[in-house]
Design a protein around this ligand. Structure first.
Ligand code: GDP
Ligand code: MG
Length: 796
């Protein structure tokens, strides 16, 4: 055999979860490069393999069920095959779901590239007793190579590689043609004669092109418009479409799709030797319970409830570490940077702002982990199925469920997910209600408020209630939009349920990681910028007129203190200052050290908890020991310590009031005061007003703004834990905290989401509608919650 050095490009195509990436990894080992397709954010994986003297470049194309132009994945996949002309296309099939997977195969072969079928997951098919006749299958598709593979056990890869080399040598395009019936075939022929002269201009096969025109594929229609005889093509197309829809008594595209399904059904029956063995698989058994009419919904909600509790309780532990870490960092930076605007900017603005957001990384990781597991096991599709019945009642399309669910992660990406919806009305309604699904950026707001105002025992329930409210509201609003702005039926729903799978650790971690890095990037850019801006707005102008002479008050406090120390301690001992009595000075140092130690130990403890009381006893005992050593000095010593403590407290209070007034008169404060009348009926003061307005840039910014406001507000240089600051704020109470969560849940989507909406709908109209309606709705709902809660007596 003559081995010639040869470069071969191979594209992997198939349904999502058919095992493309697994095979890709098997074929390429570690040698791969990940990027995006030019112009779009669909991942592109490229890998290399040297096999028997051939250099293979292997491309993992995005998973897709079909090759229409409805989703980005579909367009990317078909454009790649047609424009980049890979030498070989490998159609990776989930053999355990052969019939559904063949639907893509038929469309793939119409693109007329040399194709190999990889019957992947053959182990699953074998286990369920499915017997496939490879030779028959080959025949049905015009003798294309068929290879059995098992991606997990790395089986069949050598054979696959051999077939790749073989086929690439022959350069045999697929000759397969599916017959769509006389009417359609005639129409295809007529269109082909007009298309033929343009063949060079567009790379697509003419038969396929004609078919797509009949299917009203907007993407293809746009390209055809560039042809010289575009007008005659278009008019012929319209003519044919009208004629056909009368003749077939059906939409042409629906008719074509159903022909395909029928055809696939026929092939499937021919290629299967033992159709009768329709054993009940484990998946079916699980589905009997999970998608049960009665239990399906309760199980779904129980699962969600479990997830939110998990996110909250488990996430809190590492969050605390990060919080402490940033506290230490802030303190350290405070010591090495000299006083002044720079220190304030770095400690309060940057560390305080960004730190308060990064604290939520663990919770967000957990949320994404849960979503990834639900996705990878196959439960997500069941959830969509279960919810479809509910969704239908609210005028939402069943497929809307996936974007809505993605909305728990990020509204902006969820809106991109609406591309799978075919009807523009369904898309816009879904986009309008998606932000009501609490995105992960809102989670930090809830977490902080819940930690500050609600008992740990009910924390998970409170969180769940907010998410639940969002779900209910999105459904109600969808119904409302459907019956007002968008009257009319939504399209029927078809969705496949993949078999259950135990998710691989790797894929779950990768999913989780990709989403979390997005969050980190946001913290590094938008949130950092917003933190600095908020710091500026809350710190300036500096030269304000204070209502009281705070500096004078401080001096006065110092004077009172000096005088009292003199009267009560120094004069009694007949000394001028403490250091003149060495024993006393030592005693004071010891007492102060004990107090400091105690304060450090009880930093995170509430008073009158058993742990606190125990530590207090220990401290008191130690101090009592000192009394025994020298009773007289002990009296003066404690007196001195007490006076010093009072002075510190007094000074802290004055600083506090001062920085409070400073904040109130800052630019942000002025603005907050401006909006205060509007939000006062919701229980919100001007500081919450500032946070909410800043939160439109990105929801995480609400927390960083509150972080900045409250750390400035309490005049404490140490990065104080925000929950404590909130708790000690006299304006806040559990009812207001809850009202705030409700408002944050509902009000305007963030800038990123609005921008995506504008891009996806092509006009500013919908983002504006979204902003206005959601903020109004937020106000109304919060008003009801707050005023209602007050009436019920919760407002204290
Ligand atoms: P992709 O979406 O097509 O890229 O699919 P993946 O390669 O991510 O595979 C989806 C899941 O199927 C993973 O959990 C794989 O471990 C699993 N998988 C892939 N190939 C096989 C196979 O041949 N048999 C079995 N049982 N599982 C497989
Ligand atoms: Mg993949």
């Amino acid at each position: 055999m003559v081995i010639e050095k040869n470069t071969v490009t191979v594209a992997l195509v198939g349904n999502p979860n058919s095992g493309k990436t697994t095979i890709f990894n098997n074929l390429t080992g570690g040698r791969q490069h990940v990027g995006n397709y030019p112009g779009v954010t669909v991942e592109k994986k490229e890998g290399y393999r040297h096999f028997k003297g051939n250099d293979l470049t292997i491309i993992d194309l995005p998973g897709t069920y079909s090759l229409t132009a409805y989703s980005l994945e579909e367009v990317v996949t078909r454009n790649f095959i047609v424009n980049d002309k890979p030498d070989i296309v490998i159609d990776v099939l989930d053999t355990s779901n052969l019939e559904r997977n063949l639907y893509l195969t038929v469309q793939l072969l119409e693109l007329e590239r040399p194709t190999i079928l990889a019957l992947n997951m053959i182990d699953v098919a074998d286990a369920s007793g499915l017997k496939i006749n490879d030779a028959k299958l080959m025949d049905c598709f015009g003798s294309i190579p068929v290879v059995r593979t098992n991606g997990v056990d790395n089986k069949g890869m050598e054979v696959l590689l051999d077939k790749i080399i073989q086929s690439s040598g022959q350069q045999k395009n697929s000759k397969f043609k599916m017959n769509y019936g006389l009417d359609i075939e005639n129409a295809i022929q007529k269109l082909e004669t007009l298309l033929l002269p343009n063949y060079k201009k567009l790379q697509f096969p003419t038969r396929w092109l004609a078919l797509k025109l009949l299917e009203n594929d907007t993407n293809i229609i746009d390209s055809v418009k560039a042809f010289t005889n575009a007008n005659s093509i278009m008019s012929l197309m319209n003519e044919l479409r009208t004629e056909l829809s009368h003749k077939l008594a059906d939409d042409v595209e629906i008719y074509i799709a159903s022909q395909r399904y029928q055809f696939v059904g026929t092939i499937y029956r021919q290629a299967i030797d033992n159709r009768a063995v329709s054993t009940v698989t484990i998946s079916d058994k699980i589905d009997k319970i999970l998608t049960n009419r009665m239990f399906g919904l309760p199980i779904f909600f129980a699962l969600m409830w479990f997830v939110f509790n998990l996110v909250f309780t488990l996430g809190k532990i590492p969050s605390n570490w990060i919080d402490i870490g940033f506290g230490i960092l802030g303190k350290y930076l405070a010591t090495i940077i000299s006083d002044g605007p720079l220190k304030s900017l770095i400690v309060d603005g940057v560390v305080g702002g960004v730190g308060s957001v990064l604290v939520f990384i663990p919770s967000i990781l957990l949320l994404f982990l849960a979503i990834a597991v639900l996705e990878d096991t196959g439960y997500m599709a069941r959830a969509a199925f279960i919810m479809d019945r509910v969704m239908g009642r609210f005028g939402l399309h069943g497929k809307s469920f996936i974007p809505l669910l993605l909305g728990f992660g990020c509204s902006a990406t969820a809106m991109m997910g609406t591309r799978t919806l075919e009807n523009p009305r369904d898309r816009i309604i879904t986009m309008l209600v998606t932000p009501l699904m609490s995105c992960s950026a809102k989670l930090p707001v809830y977490t902080i408020l819940i930690a500050a105002f609600f008992d740990e025992k009910i924390a998970g329930n409170v969180l769940f209630s907010i998410y639940f409210l969002g779900i209910i509201l999105s459904l109600v609003m969808a119904r409302l939009f459907r019956s007002t702005l968008f009257e009319g039926q939504s399209e029927p729903f078809v969705m496949e349920l993949p078999s259950y799978r135990i998710p691989t650790f790797k894929s779950v971690v990768i999913h989780m990681w990709e989403r979390s890095t997005l969050y980190l990037k946001k913290a590094g850019t938008i949130i950092l910028a917003a933190s600095i801006l908020m710091w500026f707005l809350t710190t300036y102008p500096k030269d304000i007129e204070f209502s009281r002479d705070y500096d004078g008050l401080l001096v006065q406090a110092e004077e009172t203190y000096t005088q009292q120390v003199h009267e009560d301690v120094l004069s009694k001992l007949e000394i001028e200052n403490i250091d003149q009595n060495e024993k006393l000075a030592a005693l004071i140092r010891t007492i102060q050290k004990e107090e400091e130690k105690f304060a450090e130990e009880t930093k995170d403890l509430d008073e009158d908890t058993p742990a606190y009381i125990k530590l207090e006893q220990v401290k008191n005992e130690k101090i009592l020991q000192l009394e025994k050593q020298s009773e007289e000095l002990y009296l003066y010593g404690t007196k001195y310590v007490e006076l010093t403590k009072t002075l510190e407290a007094e000074k802290g209070k004055i600083e506090n009031i001062k920085s409070g007034e400073q904040l109130e008169k800052s630019y942000a404060g002025q603005f907050g005061k401006l909006v205060e009348p509007v939000i006062a009926p919701l229980g919100f003061d001007w500081r919450i007003g500032i946070s909410l307005v800043s939160g439109v840039t990105a929801k995480e910014v609400i927390v960083s703004t509150m972080g900045t406001i409250y750390s400035i507000g309490d005049g404490n240089e140490n990065a104080h834990s925000m929950t404590k600051a909130l708790k000690s704020d006299e304006h806040m109470n559990p009812l207001i905290a809850y009202a705030l969560m409700v408002f944050v849940l509902i009000y305007s989507p963030c800038l990123a989401a609005l921008a995506v909406m504008r891009r996806e709908t092509g006009t500013w109209k919908w983002p504006i509608v979204s902003l206005v309606y959601s903020t109004t709705l937020a106000w109304i709902m919060t008003f009801i919650v707050y005023q209602g809660g007050k009436l019920l007596g919760f407002g204290s």
